[in-house]
Ligand binder design. Structure first.
Ligand SMILES: [Zn+2]
Ligand SMILES: [Zn+2]
Length: 370
């Protein structure tokens, strides 16, 4: 065995027509000191992969192997790879890894602003690494874990349970932290895709008194209920003013304490501000790519409300680490274990992308076979 089968995204779509992904064989790497080869068990297809297919992200070195969050087994290690407690990993260990590589912990953003997710040196597996960098995405039989990649033990957490959340886990954990969800808060989650569903779960676990969700379609909203949402509303069947009335009816006329936007639709940001109570908090985590402008009234929607609106970009090691620690608890495992998984092989990734783009899947996984 000297090659790995991979699904390659050759380039962004042209004139709205996506270029299909193709199967290729790429050579296995010569391992550098303190690096490893991961045999992929599961990867995933998320909204970011649809943006990549459609050429909506900047700085992407096509052709790439998508799949930024994955689980697998350490097949070969050269030198030593440690966990954060200083314990070495062994060949055969089942792990995931922080998809962000080369955060420098030396620049102004890392050291002064303490905003390492804005470090200009960071590279992300499956997004800003391409095949020129080697086996750097999860839609593949193997991933090359370069020196400095942070591996994380799954302990007893089943691979499927972890990947039921997948990349939405660190994103959602970061978002509820940014929202400072407090005991007994009423939290409104906009969007019922994977990030929205995980945000519901983490809001509950953080002590929210009630969680509401506005999203679509109905099947995803059923999952929102299973994740702990007390009530849900399908936005496709209600006008914006109906939705505000619905939120006010659930909050004694005040609006929600915290609203977390996980939709990708610019107008949802303004709506999030309007659904939130005076002096409440809004977190914007769904605007990962440029879908255009939106407008709001600075007096009514922001200043007079004494509102706190926060962006939330990327994730760091702590979000991955604590997401797994949470999944080790039975109450968290019970939430994510109910999500419906759909599996696709490497030859089916185009179909998987189409399904994810349509919003019909709850969670799409990639199994690295043909
Ligand atoms: Zn930095
Ligand atoms: Zn993702």
């Amino acid at each position: 065995m000297s090659n790995a089968l991979v699904a390659v995204m050759p380039g962004p779509g042209v004139d709205g027509r996506p270029r299909p992904c193709e199967l290729r064989e790429l050579p296995l790497p010569d391992l550098e000191p303190d690096s490893a080869l991961l045999k992929v068990e599961l990867s995933e297809v998320c909204g970011t992969d649809v943006h990549l297919r459609d050429g909506r992200l900047s700085g992407v070195p096509y052709p790439i192997i998508p799949g930024h969050v994955s689980v697998g087994t350490l097949e070969r290690i050269r030198g030593t790879v440690h966990d954060v407690r200083g314990r070495p990993f062994a060949e055969g260990d089942r792990v995931t890894f922080l998809d962000v590589h080369r955060t420098c912990h030396a620049c102004w953003y890392c050291l002064v602003a303490r905003a390492s997710t804005r470090c200009p040196h960071r590279k992300v597996y499956g997004i800003t690494y391409g095949i020129a960098d080697g086996l750097t995405g999860g839609w593949a039989e193997y991933i090359y874990l370069k020196p400095g990649v942070h591996c994380i033990r799954l302990h007893g957490v089943a691979s499927e349970l972890y990947m039921a959340g997948g990349c939405s886990l660190p994103t959602a954990l970061h978002a509820v932290e940014r929202g400072e969800v407090a005991l007994a808060d009423t939290v409104l989650v906009l969007g019922s895709g994977p990030v929205g569903l995980s945000t519901i779960g983490f809001s509950i676990l953080r002590g929210a008194g009630r969680v509401l969700c506005i999203g679509a379609p109905d099947e995803r909203l059923e999952h929102a209920r299973c994740m702990g949402a007390e009530d849900v509303l399908n936005f496709t069947r209600h006008t914006p003013s109906d939705r505000i009335v619905w939120v006010l009816q659930h909050t004694e006329g005040r609006g929600t304490d915290v609203t977390i936007e996980c939709t990708g639709a610019p107008a949802a940001v303004t709506e999030a501000m309007q659904y939130t109570r005076d002096a409440g908090r809004v977190v914007v985590v769904g605007q990962y790519t440029d879908h255009g402008d939106t407008s709001f009234n600075p007096h009514w929607d922001l200043n007079r409300k004494h509102l706190d609106v926060r962006g939330c970009w990327g994730s760091d090691y702590s979000h991955f680490h604590r997401a797994i620690e949470m999944l080790r608890t039975p109450r968290a495992a019970a939430l994510w274990s109910g999500l419906k998984l759909e599996r696709y092989t490497l030859s089916q990734v185009n179909e998987a992308l189409a399904q994810v783009a349509s919003g019909r899947t709850v969670k799409a996984l990639v199994v690295p076979t043909t």
